[in-house]
Design a protein around this ligand. Structure first.
Ligand code: CA
Length: 247
């Protein structure tokens, strides 16, 4: 069985032939955390390389050898958000997971706005990071398995991570796509926060977090505000056709 890799990727150098699950660049200057990530990811089947400064991380990320970047915000010489900005101009879709200290939500939001696919706050549980890595890589690795889901005048292409609403297209990040997929598969039904958390982040996440609300906000920005309704006390619903059912 072959693993589909996006055609935009350069051919894989022989040194990376053993990377069965994916090649991950770990940009982290704290040796203890870098080592933890390296060992944990290797044990889970990923190939890793560590960069301990922002400029090194940027150079390596641009090399085309990696499938995903785990990017610490506080890096010497060039901070993670700056690396992300530079990177997004060069290789548009390389998945990036931001690592940020707990309590610096501002950094996390800036990262997402800057084109990161997700963020993890330190200290983190390794399973949480792995779930996030798997999700961010999913779109990269199942390019031939997924299709398009259509609901009314909306469609969601799981392969290209693109939603089209009333003829207007929007590119989605990995998490936005996972959430949109849940909504599209259950169009017209109310999805609770717990169901959305489970669908997108897995059961190991703290149900008290506001991830769901934050991401519903991101999806509304891309699909249109009126497409996802808040059902007070219950959750959220993707409207199948707001205009005609309102009559
Ligand atoms: Ca750091």
């Amino acid at each position: 069985m072959t693993i589909a890799v996006g055609s935009r990727r350069p051919s894989r150098p022989s040194a990376w032939e053993g990377a069965a699950l994916g090649r991950i660049l770990v940009a982290e200057d704290e040796p203890r955390i870098a080592s933890l990530l390296e060992k944990g990811l290797a044990a889970s089947g990923y190939t890793t390389e560590v960069a301990d400064s922002g400029d090194e991380a940027l150079a390596l990320a641009r090399s085309g050898r990696f499938d995903l970047v785990i990017l610490d915000v506080g890096l010497p010489r060039m901070d993670g958000l700056e690396v992300l900005r530079e990177l997004r101009q060069a290789c548009e879709t390389l998945p990036v997971v931001i690592l940020t200290a707990r309590g610096t939500v501002k950094d996390a939001v800036a990262g997402l706005d800057g084109g990161a696919d997700d963020y993890i706050t330190k200290p983190f549980r390794f399973e949480e990071l792995l779930a996030c890595v798997r999700l961010c890589l999913r779109g990269e690795r199942t390019t031939d398995a997924a299709g398009t889901i259509s609901v009314g005048d909306m469609s969601l292409d799981l392969r290209t991570k693109r939603a089209v609403v009333d003829g207007v297209g929007a590119d989605l990040t990995a998490r936005e796509l996972a959430m949109a997929e849940a909504f599209f598969r259950h169009a017209g039904e109310v999805l609770t926060r717990a169901q959305l958390l489970e669908a997108v982040w897995g059961h190991e996440f703290d149900p008290g977090s506001n991830f769901v609300d934050v991401y519903v906000g991101y999806l509304r920005r891309k699909l249109g505000k009126d497409r996802i309704s808040t059902v007070r006390g219950l959750g959220y619903r993707l409207e199948t056709d707001a205009r005609t059912t309102a009559a």
